[in-house]
Design a protein around this ligand. Structure first.
Ligand code: FAD
Ligand code: SF4
Ligand code: SF4
Length: 485
């Protein structure tokens, strides 16, 4: 009977997998949470009260069937839990690690009131890690192989989720990416201490074994050439195309001294650090410029990217790491859990402060900043910020990292496709039912449609786009057959 196993939140306290102590984790780029000890995941899963209306699932972008896989886990039926969990999520072991659970599933778990929420993310990760270790993760073997060929631009979570779903239907799937590795921001953006690189590499292998063909080091552009392929060529080569290119244009900051050496973009910085972790050769000049070792580091911004930069700088052996954000702690976009992790690791937050000028002669040596104060909420409900008069102060800085967010690249121009419709923010316009762009047979999903978002939303979009692409191809085939009669 259920009562025996579940509802244990009254007697079993919440316990996340152990976090390694800050001194230990600052010395490497490995994940900071250990795996659940044997028996611990089952015990934690048993705290779920099996809600009739599970708010955890409602607030999961994938609508994961959380109460059922928690129950199976509590009962030790892990292979069934894996089957159920992977039916709605292409990468449960990744979401379990890097979803901001406090804002999604766990933040809406109803036993939170009075008792702490079920540790949903950690259990989700445990189920699929166990499945891989036990050999339960079988490559996709579609019941029929179809002749239809699909081109996907972008090997991030959006493109990869779509690739899996389309392979399930037996389509021939080709994924193009300008990077030399599969994973998008999961491989070169998100640092190893949140998501270890071999977790992403394991999925690359799985997708290859499932028959997905990768064309890496191929930049989609406006003309064919060495290391690049034109968008028009892809259109001619495939029956349908999915654009899942993410957003990569860094927002910039001006002001006096903004052009000094030593002021770098967050993604350039994180990519080099990730490449070094992966064992790549990085040019010495580049790795010296983009390395925090021994330097006073100032990171500008308050989102997840800024949190990843400050924590990377600590691990590289920076002299000091300060995070400058113009609003306060309560109004920052980054996850509270990540701010806490950063503080434990030795990062200093300078709230309510914005850069005014960069100091130095050739190379940056300092940042002049000004104090900010919060004003009245604007039309969007967000409090405005304004500088406090005569409040300038100077921070020493040998490396300044700009983490102010990302915008889409101008795809219609870059690809010579003036008819590819974009919004006023530059994101691709799609029909929200069919996922099709303004070009027939061309679909889009992930950050390039939503603007910078989350891995779990890219997976959701990739799945939905794949469903619509399959439907469109089927309808087209049926129409052709009818015309031939
Ligand atoms: P991407 O992951 O960006 O993948 C797009 C791919 O397209 C890339 O591989 C790129 O090389 C390729 N591409 C682009 N243009 C071309 C072209 N012209 N030709 C060929 N290939 C091209 N989300 C979370 O949920 N949790 C987190 O903890 C988290 N941390 C983050 C940390 C950082 C530093 C950053 C930058 C983002 C983080 N995110 C996080 C957000 C998350 O990574 C993205 O929302 C998600 O990866 C978007 O998926 P996507 O498939 O749309 O695009
Ligand atoms: Fe929670 Fe993300 Fe997993 Fe959904 S996918 S259950 S939001 S961790
Ligand atoms: Fe279980 Fe919490 Fe979900 Fe309710 S909201 S089903 S208690 S995990």
């Amino acid at each position: 009977p259920m009562a025996e196993r579940m509802l244990k939140f009254v007697s079993v306290a919440q316990s996340q997998p152990d976090k390694r102590p800050a001194a230990e984790r600052n010395a490497d780029f490995d994940e900071i949470y250990r795996a659940f000890a044997v028996g611990k995941a089952e015990q934690q899963a048993s705290r779920c009260s099996q809600c009739g209306v599970p708010f955890c699932s409602i607030h999961c972008p994938l609508g994961n069937n959380i109460p059922d896989w928690l129950k199976m886990t509590a009962e030790g039926r892990l292979e069934e839990a894996y089957a159920l969990s992977s039916a709605t999520n292409n990468f449960p072991e990744i979401c379990g690690r890097i979803c901001p659970q406090d804002r999604l599933c766990e933040g809406n778990c109803v036993i939170e009131k009075g008792f702490e929420s079920v540790t949903i993310g950690a259990v989700e990760r445990f189920i699929t890690d166990t499945a891989f270790a036990s050999g339960w993760v079988e490559p996709i073997r579609p019941p029929v192989e179809r002749q239809t060929s699909i081109g996907i631009i972008g090997a991030g979570p959006g493109g990869l989720a779509a690739a899996m779903q389309l392979r399930e239907q037996g389509h021939q799937v080709h994924v193009y990416d300008r990077y030399d590795r599969v994973g998008g921001l999961m491989i070169y953006g998100i640092p190893g201490f949140k998501l270890e690189k071999d977790i992403v590499a394991r999925r690359h292998l799985y997708l290859e074994e499932s028959g997905v063909r990768f064309h890496l080091g191929q930049n989609v552009a406006d003309a064919d050439g060495e290391g690049q392929v034109s968008f028009a060529t892809l259109g001619a080569r495939h029956d349908a195309v999915l654009i899942a290119t993410g957003v990569y244009k860094s927002r910039d900051i001006g002001g006096p001294g903004a052009g000094l050496a030593g002021i770098v973009k967050a993604l350039d910085y994180l990519t080099v650090s990730n490449r070094l972790s992966l064992g790549d050769d990085v040019a010495a000049s580049e790795s010296a410029m983009l390395n925090a070792k021994g330097k006073s580091v100032v990171v500008i911004g308050g989102g997840d990217t800024a949190m990843d930069c400050v924590r990377t700088a600590i691990r590289q052996g920076a002299k000091s790491v300060k995070c400058l954000y113009r609003r306060d702690r309560a109004n920052m976009p980054g996850s509270i859990r990540e701010v806490k992790n950063a503080e434990e690791e030795g990062v200093e937050f300078v709230w309510l402060a914005a850069p005014e000028a960069f100091l130095g002669d050739g190379t940056v040596t300092g940042v002049r900043a000004v104090r900010m104060k919060l004003g009245l909420p604007d039309a969007s409900g967000r409090q405005s910020v304004e500088p406090v008069e005569d409040s300038s102060f100077v921070l020493e800085a040998g490396l300044v990292i700009k983490a102010l967010g990302f915008d889409p690249e101008p795809l219609p121009t870059l690809w010579g496709q003036p008819d590819l419709a974009v919004s006023r923010w530059g994101t691709l316009r799609i029909d929200h039912e069919s996922f099709m762009t303004s070009l027939p047979g061309v679909f889009a999903a992930g950050d390039i449609v939503r603007g910078a978002s989350l891995v779990v939303w890219a997976i959701r979009d990739g799945r939905d786009a794949a469903t619509q692409m399959h439907r469109w191809l089927e309808n087209r085939a049926a129409a052709c057959a009818q015309a031939a009669e």
